[in-house]
Ligand binder design. Structure first.
Ligand code: ZN
Length: 306
């Protein structure tokens, strides 16, 4: 191996796009590219694109005089990290795809498969906003809500690859029905999509969560009410998270975190109100933006070399 020139191939596959990179062992990205997932083509075509892109990146590394040493891939849905299988995904359509083995065979390199949010949490915990904490809960709030519990740089996967589904904590038993089929889940009340829906339903004109955040900050009464309801529900979810995990830092990412202090300040206060004997975690915004999942995939690749 050429010392100093080693890189890993990293891919973060989402429902609409793939973030891909060559990353050095110290976490620096030396090359990044994006591709469309085009999930409507079906899972087999998506797997084909993943393998083509990964092979192309390894080739690019060699052409640039670098040595690709491993590959990491992060995907959404239910992921069995131990077996390297993408078990199930609503938006990409994966059903028991042995993606790790497919990547190993195609690239001739060790490979790792991870869950997108757990990979993002891993990166935030090791390289980002949680890097000074050994017990971190990363919560991504976007179309849905999901979390990763990272202890000493390792994310818990659960027995069935489904740990961290904080979006499906029951917070409002008589609330709106969740995508999972049950009424009142946290993500049915407080995801960016849910906030937009709630405001749109009350105001009678379409608005996104970002619009609601902006209008609430500007003092609009209805937006303020909808925002407050979402913050209260999120605080209920995070308080449950703290009761279970007793972390020192909660890192908030995903699209809703772009509201910045308009989200974090009231959320911190509402969480504080709910804690009794539990210690209050440091509540901070994610630092790596939408690169987190790809960097996490790189970390998983590097971990295969230990
Ligand atoms: Zn649910």
């Amino acid at each position: 191996m050429t010392s100093g020139g080693e890189v890993v191939v990293a891919l973060d596959v989402g429902g609409t796009g793939m973030k891909c990179a060559l990353v050095r062992p110290d976490g620096t990205t030396v090359h990044a590219e994006r591709h469309a997932t085009e999930a409507a083509r079906g899972p087999e075509a998506v797997v084909g694109t993943i393998l083509d892109v990964a092979e192309g990146l390894a080739g690019k590394a060699r052409a640039d005089g670098l040595a690709p040493v491993a590959c990491g891939i992060a995907v959404p849905g239910v992921v069995d990290e131990a077996r390297g299988v993408a078990v199930w995904s609503a938006n990409v359509g994966f059903r028991d795809v042995p993606l790790r083995e497919l990547a190993q065979t195609r690239l001739g390199l060790p490979a790792a498969l991870g869950h997108d949010v757990r990979a993002g949490g891993l990166a935030e915990a090791r390289l980002g906003a949680g890097r000074d904490a050994s017990h971190v809960l990363f919560v991504a709030i976007g179309t849905g809500i999901a979390a990763a519990h990272v202890v000493d740089g390792s994310a818990a996967t659960g027995a069935h690859g489904a740990a961290g589904e904080i979006g499906h904590i029951l917070v409002r038993p008589d609330g709106p029905r969740c995508g999972c089929g049950r009424p009142g889940c946290l993500e049915a009340v407080a995801s960016a999509a849910a906030i937009g829906r709630r405001y749109t339903g009350l105001a009678g004109s379409p608005a996104s969560a970002a619009d609601v955040a902006e209008r609430a900050a500007a003092g609009e009464t209805l937006a303020g009410q909808v925002w407050r309801e979402a913050v209260e529900a999120l605080a209920d979810g995070l308080a449950t998270g703290q009761a279970l995990f007793d972390v020192s830092a909660m890192v908030i990412g995903g699209g809703l975190a772009r509201a910045g202090s308009g989200l974090l300040d009231p959320l911190r206060a509402a969480l504080r109100e709910r804690l009794t004997f539990h210690r209050e975690p440091r509540l901070v915004a994610a630092a790596l933006g939408d690169e987190a999942g790809c960097l996490g995939a790189a970390l998983l690749a590097l971990d295969t070399l230990d």
